[in-house]
Design a protein around this ligand. Structure first.
Ligand code: HEC
Length: 203
C-alpha cells in the first residue's frame, strides 16, 4: 500500500509540474487513493479513430468500448436501448465483490471540472476498484482520449454524482450486482469438485 501511494503521489507531483493545479491534483489524489494493482500498460501511439469530427470519434469509442455498459443507468439491462441524453450519467446500482461495492461515476460531471490536458493525464494515472477496466482507459492513445473528452463535453451536464464507494463488510443502501466468486452447488451423486475424477480404465 505504502509503495503504491508513494508512486501515486510522485505521479501527482509530476502532474503538478506539468502545470496541473496543485489543488486539482490533490483532489484527484483523494479520489484515486483506492487500492488496486492494475498491470502497467503502454498507451497506444499513432493509433486513432477516424471520424468526421472528434465528437463523432468519441461517441464511437464510448459505444464500442463499453463505457455505457456501466456508466449509463440501465444500459446493459435494456440491451443498449437508452437515449443518448442519459449516456454516461453514472449508475446508482453498485458492483459488489471482494473489493467492496463500487459505482460507475457520472462522467459528465467528472469531465465538467477538468480541462482536456488534465483529463489525458488523469486517465493515465487513475487506478481504482473493479470492474472498471482501468487498463483499457490507459491504453487509449492521447488522440482518442481527447476525442472521448470532447464527446462527453458535447453532452449537457446531467444527473447526480454516483454513490460513494462502500468498503467490504459495510452496509450498502443501494441495489447492487454481485460479482462475488461462487462455487457451484454439488450435484447429487457426483464426487466433490476438489476430488479428482477416477481415471478411465485401461483398455
Ligand atoms: C464493467 C463496468 C465498467 C466499464 C465497462 C467502464 N467503467 Fe469506468 N468505472 C466503473 C466503476 C465501477 C468505476 C468506479 C471505480 C472505483 O470505485 O474506483 C469507474 C470509474 C471510472 C472513472 C474514474 C471516475 C472518477 O470519478 O475518478 C473513469 C474516468 C471511468 N470509469 C471512465 C470509463 C470509460 C471512459 C470507459 C469506457 C472506455 C469505462 N469507464 C468503462 C465501471 C466501468
Amino acid at each position: 500500500m505504502g509503495t503504491k501511494h508513494a508512486v501515486l503521489r510522485s505521479r501527482l507531483v509530476w502532474m503538478a509540474g506539468l502545470g496541473v493545479s496543485a489543488a486539482l491534483a490533490a483532489g484527484y489524489a483523494a479520489r484515486a487513493g483506492a487500492e488496486s494493482s492494475v498491470a502497467p500498460v503502454t498507451p497506444a501511439t499513432s493509433i486513432r479513430v477516424q471520424a468526421a469530427s472528434p465528437v463523432d470519434a468519441g461517441r464511437y469509442l464510448v459505444t464500442v468500448s463499453g463505457c455505457n455498459d456501466c456508466h449509463t443507468p440501465g444500459y446493459m439491462q435494456k440491451d443498449g436501448h437508452v437515449p443518448e441524453t442519459e449516456w454516461l450519467t453514472g449508475s446508482p446500482v453498485g458492483w459488489q465483490g471482494p473489493w467492496g461495492t463500487s459505482y460507475a461515476s457520472n462522467l459528465r460531471l467528472l469531465l465538467q471540472d477538468m480541462d482536456e490536458d488534465t483529463w489525458v493525464q488523469y486517465a493515465r494515472i487513475r487506478d481504482g476498484h473493479p470492474p472498471m477496466p482501468w487498463w483499457a482507459l490507459k491504453t487509449l492513445s492521447d488522440e482518442d482520449l481527447r476525442s472521448l473528452y470532447q464527446y462527453v463535453r458535447s453532452l449537457p451536464v446531467a444527473g447526480e454524482p454516483a454513490p460513494a464507494f462502500v468498503p467490504p463488510g459495510q452496509p450498502v443502501s443501494t441495489p447492487y450486482i454481485s460479482l462475488m466468486p461462487q462455487m457451484p452447488a454439488p450435484v447429487p451423486g457426483t464426487p466433490p469438485s476438489d476430488t479428482p475424477a477416477a481415471p478411465a480404465p485401461m483398455p
